[in-house]
Ligand binder design. Structure first.
Ligand code: NCD
Length: 304
């Protein structure tokens, strides 16, 4: 029985296999329509979500399985003071696999330690978000045909953006990947990611506050929203929220084949007029998220 809490628990080879399965699902969906017949996914979301929860649920339905769902901490026994450990033991009696999102870093890990079924981390506080990373990797591989030898720029809230932390960890395992970290001073990538991942592996990276000056060198631009819910005060959020806004004007500086990714939700950081630019990949990313989660559910449930 295996869980997924951090993206590095999957080897590069396993990620290749998941991407291959997702591509096969996209090409032959009917082949997979009954694979999880009789199986139940429990989605336990103690933080807001649209894409992650619905893509997990759509994924399970498209595999022929069923879904049980807690979509707010206020409607479950968490509001009565139940521990994550007890919730995990309880849900193990009803479901075959859990996807959990929680505001506390490490909560899905505690769930995995106590559950008797696989637990998938669907985002824990400002820490990790491994299934968004799988979504991002599938998208990059479909857009670029490779995951190595590229320059990827991360722009926005690199401090609290859990999708950024997980994707940097994942991409740091591919050869020839260079990182450009674009953020305001206050929202720089946490030093633990720099030390444990980038410096530990001797990976080249550049830190800057200026998006325009680095745009021409990027193969991928990964935009993020400023994570309002993780700020200690509203004033800081209001001051920093519009630090970067990608506009058609700025897109003129970028390569003709640069891909723009964003885990979404978008607030103000990408002008809506960019949606029709062929380089905008964020809605393709949304769809890819369903297919890679189908592949992950099959793997963790050990379905052929
Ligand atoms: C992200 C998240 O929840 O971390 N959203 C998502 O899962 N697609 C990004 C965000 O909320 O900004």
């Amino acid at each position: 029985m295996r869980s997924l809490i951090n993206i590095l628990e999957l080897s590069v080879g396993e990620i290749d296999e998941l991407i291959a399965t997702a591509n096969d699902i996209i090409a032959n969906p009917a082949k997979y329509a009954e694979k999880c017949r009789g199986k139940k996914l429990a989605t336990l979301f103690f933080e807001p979500s649209t894409r992650t929860r619905l893509s997990f649920e759509a994924a399970m339905y498209e595999l022929g399985g069923h879904v049980l769902s807690v979509s707010s901490g206020n409607t479950s026994s968490a509001a009565k003071g139940e521990s994550v450990a007890d919730t995990a033991k309880t849900v193990s009696c009803y479901a075959d696999i859990i996807a959990m999102r929680h505001p506390k870093e490490g909560a899905p890990y505690v769930a995995a330690m106590n559950a008797s079924i696989p637990v998938i981390n669907a985002g824990d506080g400002g820490h990790n978000h491994p299934t968004q990373t799988l979504t991002d990797l599938l998208t990059i591989s479909r857009e670029k045909g490779r995951l190595d030898h590229m320059t990827i720029g991360f722009c926005g809230d690199l401090k609290f953006g859990r999708t950024v932390h997980s994707l940097i960890e994942a991409m740091s395992r591919y050869e020839g990947v260079r990182f450009v970290l674009i953020s305001p001073e206050e929202l720089k990538l946490p030093s633990y990611v720099k030390k444990d991942v980038l410096k530990a592996k001797g990976i080249e990276y550049l830190q800057t506050t200026d998006l325009e000056s680095v745009l021409p060198e990027l193969d991928i631009l990964y935009m993020t929203r400023v994570q309002r819910e993780r700020f200690f005060n509203e004033e800081d959020y209001l001051r920093l929220r519009d630090s970067y806004i990608l506009t058609p004007e700025k897109m003129k500086l970028a390569k003709a084949d640069m891909s723009v990714l964003h885990p979404l939700p978008r607030v103000n950081e990408i002008a809506v007029s960019i949606d029709s630019d062929p380089r905008a990949c964020y809605f393709k990313q949304v769809l890819n998220g369903k297919y890679i989660r189908m592949a992950l559910i099959l793997k963790l449930l050990e379905v052929d």
